[in-house]
Design a protein around this ligand. Structure first.
Ligand code: M6R
Length: 609
């Protein structure tokens, strides 16, 4: 979950490292650090607790001039987020940055302590440092030292090593965590992703599982886990096309919410034949929708809620039973999966460790693997049989917004494609559904116009200590997403329930201090939700109703606040209704003065279990 970078530059590299780390801060921001080689080839290091800006401030006071450097931004796993635990870790011979977890670190640490090594941090990383350092003391050869040490490490990690006295050498290794190599003019780079390297190059290669790479300014030599020299394709990353700034917005999250009509439109254009009013998938599928008995959807967090919403669409439209599970459970529960079934994995980053492990399990069970991912160069994309990209562009805010609505958009297209192939749609229904999807970006624009009103509602919500979200049908997983969004950025305790479940327990929570967000487009089950709303009102709960004109008219009560959405066909309403849910969480967090883009304890890409 950390971000790592390495640069062999033709100029002072520490400033470039900071530039790259800015783009990796989404992976963690508990501490950061940089190491470079001084004029005499000695390792020089600067580290700082907290956000990258603290390191940048230190660096401006104590510039590092070396042209070879490694850097790190940390999401703490082993050891508190202190400066001592911040990377790079270093001896006088070698420095290392690390993303991931070295699972056998206790055992290795004990062995190294028995050999007389003194540890200076509580991290698992430091064992990798000392293994290489010890081997280096024996052979004097950095390449041999890394080669000898890597097989001793178990777990999922990416590493970058810098060696004193070796101005033209960086070594990277990958086992379970991503690592990209970037090619410049007489410069070479290592980074956790291509986005980090985009300020310098868009020509990249990716290390495959078990690979390690030796970089010099003139190029790199890749080795696989057997140490054989291998070729890895150099490709154009496309990451440079994206401007990573907030534009006129105060936060990335605000920008990403506002971008949704555009990116949802872009995703639709990718999967729809707009002229014919049909879904047109631009990839060949290695399975036949008609022969599927079941779909298994696996994901984490927000992406899992996208999966839960898609379940309603696949089941209702294509009549295929769908099972959805969070990846951390799916990967271990030994689910029996019928051979040749379809397993769908949803992930913004494409690097979520649990989702990737779930994918590998499904593959071992003979499933066709389809992934809905935002980062198409990611591990999940690369290990899938079919990739359905969500064209959201880079999402920087830790709270997922535009990636979620693009996931929903792509999944809606897939559900229509499945229904069409299985012959479960009535005449003209595909065109009608496609037209509903085409209307969605416009509806999102309308929803965004409600922002100042939602901000007002959020000011009131910011006074609450607990919030309850209710919904039925696809509004139920959307309620779960709303509660997650609020929790993660405002730190207000929030829960979501299927509205019909209220009477089975959570109704006991309701009193006049509890805001209850009811997501209820006027659909076939709207009346049922109204009954649940009445139950809340009867107990003094403060209802915030998110519905359309008809829904407001039919509520039969005066909610504490109303967020009136434009009219739309309820089938895919979850996509446009995501906007008020996100804005409510965003403005509540802003009202409370929270760090919206980098909430405490979280990281954007969760590459550990
Ligand atoms: O990159 P992924 O989509 O696989 O990430 C999954 C979750 O970690 C992610 O959705 C997380 O729940 C977000 N912080 C939610 O806003």
């Amino acid at each position: 979950m950390c971000g790592i970078v390495g640069i062999l530059s033709s100029e002072p590299a520490a400033a470039q490292v900071i530039e790259a780390l800015k783009r990796l801060e989404y992976r963690g921001y508990d501490s950061s650090g940089v190491a470079s080689l001084g004029e005499g080839g000695q390792i020089e290091r600067l580290r700082a607790e907290g956000k990258l800006k603290n390191l940048a401030a230190k660096l401006s006071g104590h510039p590092l001039f070396g042209h070879s450097a490694i850097g790190h931004t940390r999401w703490a796993t082993h050891g508190k987020p202190t400066e001592d635990n911040a990377h790079p870790h270093a001896t006088e011979r070698v420095a290392v940055v690390h993303n991931g977890i070295i699972e056998n670190f206790r055992e290795l640490r004990n062995e190294l302590i028995a050999e007389g090594v003194v540890f200076k941090s509580e991290t698992d990383t430091e064992v990798a440092l000392h293994l290489v350092d010890r081997a280096l003391q024996r052979s004097g050869d950095p390449i041999k030292a890394v080669q000898e040490s890597l097989p001793k490490l178990r777990g999922a990690f990416a590493l970058a090593f810098l060696f004193s006295g070796h101005q033209d050498l960086l070594i990277g290794a990958r086992q379970g965590a991503p690592l990209a190599v970037g090619y410049g003019e007489n410069e070479m780079y290592l980074g956790s992703d291509a986005l980090a390297l985009a300020p310098f190059t868009d020509m990249v290669s990716y290390l495959e599982e078990g690979d390690w790479v030796v970089l010099h300014r003139k190029g790199g030599v890749f080795h696989d886990r057997t140490n054989a020299v291998v070729q890895r394709t150099v490709q154009k990353s496309g990451a440079g096309a994206y401007l990573i700034d907030k534009g006129n917005h105060r936060h990335f999250m605000a920008k990403e919410i506002a971008e949704q009509p555009e990116v949802v439109g872009r995703t639709l254009a990718h999967y729809l034949d707009l002229g014919a009013g049909k879904v047109h998938l631009p990839v060949a599928l290695p399975f036949d929708w008609k022969s599927l008995q079941r779909i298994t959807i696996t994901a984490c967090g927000t992406a899992s809620y996208a999966g839960q919403i898609a379940k309603y669409w696949f089941e209702a439209l294509a009549r295929i039973p769908v099972e959805v599970d969070v990846a951390s459970e799916f990967r271990y529960r030994e689910a029996p999966l019928e051979k040749n079934g379809l397993a769908i994995f949803i992930s913004q980053s494409g690097e979520t460790a649990d989702t990737l492990a779930g994918l590998r399990y499904a593959k071992s069970q003979g499933q066709h693997i389809l992934s809905v991912v935002n980062v198409t160069t990611s591990s999940i994309a690369r290990e899938s049989d079919v990739v359905i990209p969500t064209l959201a562009g880079p999402e920087i805010g830790v709270a997922s917004t535009k990636a979620f609505t693009c996931q929903l958009t792509a999944l809606a297209c897939l559900a229509i494609a499945a229904a069409s192939a299985r012959g479960t749609l009535k005449a003209g229904e595909e065109e009608a559904l496609v037209n509903d999807l085409i209307a969605t970006p416009g509806l999102m624009v309308e929803a965004l116009k409600l922002e100042s009103h939602i901000e007002h509602v959020a000011h009131d919500m910011a006074k609450a200590t607990d919030v309850l979200y209710l919904g039925r049908g696809t509004s139920y997983p959307l309620a779960l997403e709303g509660a997650l969004k609020l929790k993660e950025i405002s730190y207000i305790h929030a829960e979501a329930y299927a509205a019909g479940e209220l009477k089975h327990g959570p109704i006991a929570l309701i009193d006049e201090t509890l805001p209850v967000i009811v997501i209820a487009p006027h659909d076939a089950i709207y009346e049922k939700t109204v009954s649940n709303m009445q139950e809340v009102a009867a107990r003094g709960g403060r209802i915030v109703l998110i519905s359309d004109h008809q829904g407001m008219q039919g509520a039969g009560l005066e909610p504490a606040a109303k967020i009136e959405m434009p009219d739309m066909n309820p089938r895919f309403a979850a996509i446009a209704y995501s906007v008020p849910i996100q804005l409510l969480a965003y403005h509540t967090a802003v009202a409370l003065g929270k760090d919206v883009d980098q909430p405490r304890n979280l990281a954007k890409s969760v590459t550990v279990e």
